[in-house]
Design a protein around this ligand. Structure first.
Ligand SMILES: C[S@@+](CC[C@H](N)C(=O)[O-])C[C@H]1O[C@@H](n2cnc3c(N)ncnc32)[C@H](O)[C@@H]1O
Length: 499
């Protein structure tokens, strides 16, 4: 696919080693940059407007190596050859020029033609977006940076447990695949644009990674016949209402690339393997997002579990206004956005994550779940839930659960509704409310509140059941189902400790 003047060169190993050594030696780290600019996320250096921009500009005026690095490699400012020689030394400068990381401008000034930022212990290059002075890249194959908020959110929600083969689908600048080299014996990245693969490959060399391969191609074509125990993807998912960039637009309804990924992924997953995917889409009248996602699996739904996690849910008009303001689009565009969602019969636009797990063996049914993030929900909680549901669906669960010692989690509330009947105030209904590990509300029977309040880990579930006998009417099957629901709602843990 299109490749407009790729600015970097894969030069000698010695040049890459020299650049790396200089970055290491001078401490060009994410923390150092965040600390100097007093920002929680590098994203703010790229996207700052108004007062925040003014604040950062002042910070850019300070002296010192961190500011020099941030100005040059993140901010994209040119500086004098003399300053470069002072900060970097002439030998190091040679290595940066060899790799194309520095170019000479007019009047004896140098600048970095790409964005180069520290992220998660790596140094990553990507395209520098178009700036007011007209510099920067804006081809359709523009390669987004891993400092983008959504990209970091994606990388932070991919499991880092050790695995054999990891694939980052749509790898862009390659940050997730670089991180994959830490936990996977072999890490792969695939991207449809030649430019993204060039950046990713450059980043591989820049970081001296060995067990990493970047391939160019449409979806899984370059790895046909291979299997991975972990696949991750941050697919393009914007509606076709913005500038049509390959990295951002997700086909006619914004979900087309995700739909293809979900349809194709089962044949590339090892049994027990998982896909971790950042998703965005719509809940439509009579057709919620998670139901559609399961449909995309086709026949593979019989062997794959799906878990959809909603981080943000917005009414289509709220989402459209946010997009128009964020992109500085004209207000008349709002009509187009609203019409687009009307045609889809969209009730909610969602942003979140999904995990698709290929069943390890056929001895259990699959499960399909959807949850809403609480204030502290992240990867750990998503993984916990998928592990829990896998256990619930596996043979021997009932015996294991009855022998477990339930423990109440912190923080749940029970809302009790009382009713005055025949001069007596009586509790009529109960509801558990919890914000961790997920936002949950669970209508409950009175015995459930009783069990939850005495679950301190000292009694087995079977002993709780015996305790209820004679007090309330509940079968063992209903008791077990209630326990499972209480674990799902974050009221109890059965593992014997807080998750
Ligand atoms: C939203 S970007 C994510 C990039 C990177 N993973 C990140 O998080 O920074 C989506 C990426 O998918 C790539 N892509 C789009 N369609 C693709 C396809 N059919 N096959 C492979 N990659 C594709 C784009 O080129 C782009 O790099």
């Amino acid at each position: 696919m299109a490749n407009d003047e790729f600015p970097l060169r894969v030069g000698s190993d010695a040049a890459f080693a020299a650049v790396r050594k200089w970055f290491e030696w001078t401490g060009f780290t994410e923390d150092a940059v965040k600390e100097h600019f007093e920002i929680p996320h590098l994203h703010h250096l790229l996207y700052a407007y108004g007062l925040q921009r003014e604040f950062l500009e002042k910070k850019y005026q300070a002296r010192g190596i961190t500011v020099f690095q941030a100005r040059t490699f993140i901010g994209g400012y040119a500086d004098t050859a003399e300053n470069f020689a002072t900060y970097m030394g002439v030998d190091n400068l040679g290595a940066f020029f060899e790799l194309g990381l520095l170019v000479e401008e007019e009047y004896d000034r140098y600048s970095c033609p790409v964005l180069l930022y520290p992220a998660m212990g790596f140094w990553v290059t990507a395209d520098r977006g178009l700036r007011p002075d007209g510099t920067g890249y804006r081809g359709k194959d523009y390669v987004m940076s891993g400092t983008e908020f959504l990209c970091r959110q994606y990388v932070d929600t991919v499991s880092t447990a050790p695995c054999k083969a990891f694939l980052d689908m749509g790898s862009g600048s390659g940050l997730a695949a670089l991180v994959g080299t830490r936990f996977a014996a072999r890490s792969f990245g695939i991207d449809i644009t030649h430019r993204a693969v060039q950046f990713a490959d450059f980043n591989k060399h820049l970081n001296g990674c060995q067990n990493l391969t970047f391939l160019e191609g449409d979806m899984f074509a370059p790895v046909h016949g291979m299997h991975f125990d972990r696949i991750a993807c941050n697919p393009p998912f914007e509606p076709p209402l913005k500038e049509g960039m390959i990295f951002s637009v997700g086909g006619a309804d914004g979900e087309a690339i995700l739909a293809r990924l979900i349809a194709e992924v089962p044949q590339y997953l090892e049994p027990g393997g998982r896909l971790y995917c950042q998703v965005s889409g719509t809940d439509r009248e009579g057709d919620p997002f998670d139901v559609r996602l399961r449909r995309w699996l086709g026949a593979a739904a019989e062997e794959c579990d799906t878990a959809v996690f909603i981080r943000v849910g917005l009414k289509p008009n709220e989402y459209a206004i946010q997009q128009i303001l964020g992109e500085n689009q004209d207000s008349w565009k709002l009509q187009e956005w609203l019409l687009f969602y009307q045609k889809l019969k969209a009730e909610q636009v969602i942003l979140g994550h999904c995990i698709v797990q290929k069943r390890a063996s056929a001895d259990r049914p699959t499960f399909h779940i959807r949850r809403t993030f609480g204030e502290r929900t992240g990867l750990k909680e998503m993984e916990w839930l998928v592990d829990w549901e896998t256990r619930v669906a596996s043979p021997g669960f009932a015996e294991w659960a009855m022998a477990s010692r339930p423990m109440a989690r912190e923080g749940w509330e029970a809302i009790v509704c009382h009713e005055m009947t025949n001069g007596k105030l009586e509790a009529r209904s109960f509801e558990f409310v919890q914000t961790h590990p997920f936002d949950a509300r669970l209508p409950a029977a009175s015995w459930m509140v009783m069990v939850a309040s005495r679950s301190d880990g000292s009694f087995r579930a079977s002993e709780h059941f015996d305790f209820l006998k004679g007090k309330v009417e509940v079968t063992e099957a209903d008791f077990l189902a209630g326990l499972v629901e209480m674990v799902r709602a974050g009221v109890l843990v059965l593992e014997g400790r807080q998750g």
